[in-house]
Design a protein around this ligand. Structure first.
Ligand SMILES: Nc1ncnc2c1ncn2[C@@H]1O[C@H](COP(=O)(O)OP(=O)(O)O)[C@@H](O)[C@H]1O
Ligand code: SF4
Ligand SMILES: [Mg+2]
Length: 325
């Protein structure tokens, strides 16, 4: 078997609150092959971003890595010294965030922020780095890149800023791009453009993508495999093209039911969205047994008592539910 590009094994993240350590994320395992697109989906508050931050080595107090391993090309990176981790970030693994404004330096022209990547990671001269920055802006299809390199982030639209973030992230040809809700803050029309651009550039460069979103439709469209996360656990994973036909976990079924397009096509021509009732519980108040039980239409006594274990399925998928069917 070939070594996966990224392997996350039994990841655990603790949250310190009120003098106690809480289990924010646990039993999270998945792997991503070279050039593969992998989706992580779930409602807001399920633990997607802190999982991404742990991969990047960017967890900060009150959150901390409490266990498990993160391996890049077979080499564990979770305990690397900060300086080594900084070298990996940008060069081998890069991340883009929901709101580019918070990730960009407001006081520095965007061209300089791209150029820095070449200077920092590839020891390019500033002159060469500026030329390459202009090329990088051209690649992400920012119009008039020769002028735009001198713009400050606030002079660009949200969509253009996210293009700049993609240019920075892909500048040094990383093996893995972690994209955390990259289009959530953008207008619907711009969202599709950004997703297509990301997919196209990553495919051309052979960059693997960990695509994170609350939007199952978007993730399933872009990714080969999808993992569904609920309350700090992966509750289901399988091939993206099978998940709509055979969702195994009640939470996945709920997510699909609340997608506008799919439910519009649902039986009896009903247009009404079936939102999942209730909300994601807070880390300090997870219910006993299955964490989805207060919201689950299929819940029984055992669900309130016993934590369901992850079951591996013959098709390579996984499900965590006492009554998956
Ligand atoms: N810095 C923090 N301090 C305390 N709690 C946090 C912090 N960051 C995230 N959390 C909590 O961790 C949980 C998971 O958060 P997050 O990973 O951001 O979810 P998602 O990205 O799926 O919306 C949430 O309950 C959130 O409130
Ligand atoms: S274990 Fe029970 S409560 Fe949890 S998802 Fe399955 S049926 Fe629902
Ligand atoms: Mg998030």
């Amino acid at each position: 078997m070939t070594t996966p590009l990224l392997e996350v094994r039994d990841l655990r993240i603790a949250l310190d609150a009120g003098g106690r350590s809480h289990d924010a994320v646990g039993n999270v395992s998945f792997s991503i092959g070279r050039g593969e697109t992998f989706g992580l989906v779930g409602e807001s508050g399920c633990g997607k971003s802190i999982t991404a931050l742990s991969i990047m080595g960017l967890l900060r107090s009150p959150l901390s890595l409490a266990g498990g391993a993160i391996a890049l090309d077979g080499r564990e990176i979770q305990d690397l010294p900060a300086a080594d981790m900084r070298r990996l970030r940008g060069k081998r693994i890069a991340m883009i965030f929901q709101e580019p404004m918070t990730a960009l330096n407001p006081l520095s022209p965007v061209g300089r922020q791209i150029a820095e990547m070449f200077v920092l990671h590839e020891r390019a001269s500033w002159k060469e780095a500026w030329e390459r920055a202009e090329d990088a802006l051209r690649q992400v299809r920012v119009p008039s890149p020769e002028r735009r390199v001198h713009d400050y982030p606030h002079q660009l639209s949200g969509g253009m800023r996210q293009r700049v973030m993609i240019a920075i992230a892909l500048a040094c040809g990383p093996d893995l791009l972690v994209a955390d809700e990259p289009t959530t803050a953008l207008d619907v029309t711009v969202q599709a453009e950004i997703v297509d651009l990301m997919a196209e550039l990553c495919a051309a460069k052979g960059t693997a993508v960990l695509m994170i979103s609350h939007d199952l439709g978007l993730v399933a469209n872009m990714c080969e495999r999808v993992a569904v996360m609920y309350a700090g656990r992966i509750v289901e994973s399988q091939a993206a093209d099978a998940i709509f036909a055979h969702p195994r976990h009640p939470y996945t079924q709920g997510l699909i039911g609340s997608l506008p397009l799919l439910s519009a096509r649902s039986r009896h021509g009903r247009q009404k969205l079936r939102e999942i009732s209730g909300v994601v519980p807070s880390i300090v108040a997870y219910p006993p047994g299955c964490r989805f039980n207060p919201r689950c239409p299929a819940m029984t006594d055992i669900c309130a008592r016993d934590v369901p274990m992850a079951e591996s399925l013959p098709d390579g998928g996984l499900v965590r539910c006492h009554h998956h069917g």
